[in-house]
Design a protein around this ligand. Structure first.
Ligand code: AMP
Length: 288
């Protein structure tokens, strides 16, 4: 496995692979890797000649400085995991390498970049609670795509809104990359694997399994209760737990991400949830 920290060295390496006609599958991550990340890599390995992963904690997508500081960083372990998953190339750039000085301010905000028109995709759910988050995600993913020039890029359904935003960005900018979505990997009690799970106390961790259990119950109740009542039911179910607090629960159209008013005639709806366990935000979603 080759490890690069500069754009120049990475580009040279990937250029020679491209010249040999090899396809490139790309898995961008923020590190603190777990089996969910590795499942993306495994799919990328099956579908491409060369797999490239990146580890970069993107300051632009953190609206909360504390969250950025506390984000788990386990670089040595990550490199070990990527090696054992037979990743070919890893890119671990510094902030300056990804963002030339003029493009990011001291506070970690994008400089003069006016941002992309994401329509309502970045106004709902996560967008409401994390202003600027998806613009930050788009900035870094576009930059990484420009550097890596992948044929295929792999993203998890765990971050369903992010997936919708990236597909939209690729479409409006006409980028020549295929976005592949991969299913959510879960712990044995159903909790979606996440880098943030290590930040949970033992009590919070035990109780966090209620999030997926609630989503499963929602899928059974969807025929019996209208969206409004289901929303109230979820709020009560989560908030009664002393370790958890509901931020939002929405049943949305999978493309527009807008909440549905009635369940009639809609297919492939997504139930999306965000819950706080102390200071840790957990998100999850299922297809209904
Ligand atoms: P992150 O390091 O959190 O930015 O995640 C990198 C990629 O891994 C994103 O495309 C995530 O959606 C994906 N991912 C994170 N957790 C999981 C999971 N439990 N199952 C599948 N993919 C995941």
């Amino acid at each position: 496995m080759e490890i690069f920290t500069t754009v120049k060295e990475l580009s040279n390496c990937l250029k020679s692979h491209k010249n040999e006609g090899k396809s490139i599958g790309f898995v961008p991550t923020m590190g603190a890797l777990h089996k969910g990340h590795l499942s993306l890599l495994e799919t990328a390995r099956k579908e491409n000649t060369i797999t490239v992963s990146s580890i970069f904690v993107n300051p632009l997508q953190f609206n909360d400085k504390n969250d950025l500081e506390k984000y788990p960083r386990t670089l040595e372990g990550d490199i070990h995991l990527l090696k054992s998953a037979k990743c070919d190339v890893v890119f671990i750039p510094s902030v300056k390498e990804v963002y030339p000085v003029s493009e990011i301010s001291e506070e970690g905000k994008a400089g003069s970049n006016p941002g992309l028109d994401l329509g309502t995709l970045d106004k709902v759910m996560e967008g409401k609670y994390r202003p600027g988050h998806f613009q930050g995600v788009c900035t870094v993913v576009k930059r990484l795509f420009d550097i890596v020039k992948p044929d295929n890029a792999y993203f998890g359904e765990k971050d369903f809104q992010q997936l919708a935003v990236i597909k939209h960005m690729v479409k409006i900018l006409g980028l020549r990359v295929t976005i592949r979505s991969c299913p959510t990997l879960r712990e044995s009690d159903g909790l979606a694997m996440s880098s943030r799970n290590v930040l949970l106390s033992p009590d919070q961790r035990r109780n966090a399994s209620l999030i997926f259990k609630t989503l499963q119950e929602v899928s059974k109740k969807i025929k019996k209760l209208p969206p409004d009542d289901l929303q109230k039911w979820v709020k009560e179910k989560i908030d009664v737990n002393p370790f958890l607090q509901l931020e939002y629960f929405e049943i949305v159209d999978p493309e527009t991400l807008l909440p549905v008013i009635s369940f009639a005639d809609k297919k492939n709806l997504r139930a999306c949830i965000a819950v706080k366990a102390g200071a840790v935000r957990l998100i999850d979603n299922i297809s209904l």
